[in-house]
Design a protein around this ligand. Sequence first.
Ligand code: UTP
Length: 294
Amino acid sequence: MSRRVRKAIIPAAGLGTRFLPATKTIPKEMLPIVDRPTILLVVEEAVRAGIEDIILIAGRQKTAIEDFFDVSYELEDKLERDGKLEYLGILKRVRSLANVISVRQKQPLGLGHAVYCGRSVVGDEPFAVLLGDELMSSRANEETTTETLAKTYVATGLSTVAIMEVPESETSKYGIVEGETMSDGTLRVRNVIEKPARGQTESRWALPGRYVFSSKIFNYLENTKPGKNGEIQLTDAMMQVAREDGLLGSRFQARRYDAGDKLGYLQANIELALDNPELAAGLKTYLKQLVQKI
Ligand code: UTP
């Protein structure tokens, strides 16, 4: 069976509690980073890795995401009639990026459950998972994080997840993996712990929300009982992958932002605006002036 990774699940059915009240009516994945919703940047990362089908796991009030990747007939028609062809081109590009298939997660029972909701669309192919509120920004000449994971999967046939080193004070915010670093720098994962309490692990390897799995993980998710916080945890099924089949951890080059967190969201906006030729000069001048005042 081919090891090519063609499908990606993007879970976007969380409640976005940390961004209330904005997320009362807008999914957090639609909040803009400069002029593009977070979810678009995530889909672009997937597409650069060769993903063709995006399986969006949507919850309540997520129709905005489905509509975003669909044709907006009236708007496109008006832009065409007004000769605003540059904007028309932007909209056409967005809706032609990938096939977006939307699946409802009827209740937010946890990330593991959200991923499981994509099972019937994924079938028995390997697939990527990209969290819809985590941003990985890669330069045009760099490999994207999902691309790195997919390449490792093709080469080894083993499920591979992105890992990053975090300070000890932050380990309790993440899923943490323990394991042995191999000669090529990849980690052979031995243990996966969801948001460990202080002192529960020596490991600093955190999971920032990018994964490539073989479809076998669905068999484990099917039998995963609610774990930490009463949620069906992806990390519990990953533990089984590590034990039964082998799981690798891979570092990545991209700059990563937690856009589901207010500070991370602001940092992403500032840094991506600094990359934008239209905004960089003006923003730099403003930031320098601001720093002198505070
Ligand atoms: P988070 O825990 O960061 O998302 O889940 P959340 O619940 O929306 O955030 P807060 O804490 O309430 O602000 C990580 C990712 O998993 C998705 C979320 O949409 C997010 O992308 N998720 C989580 C689901 O799709 N379904 C779930 O049941 C839980």
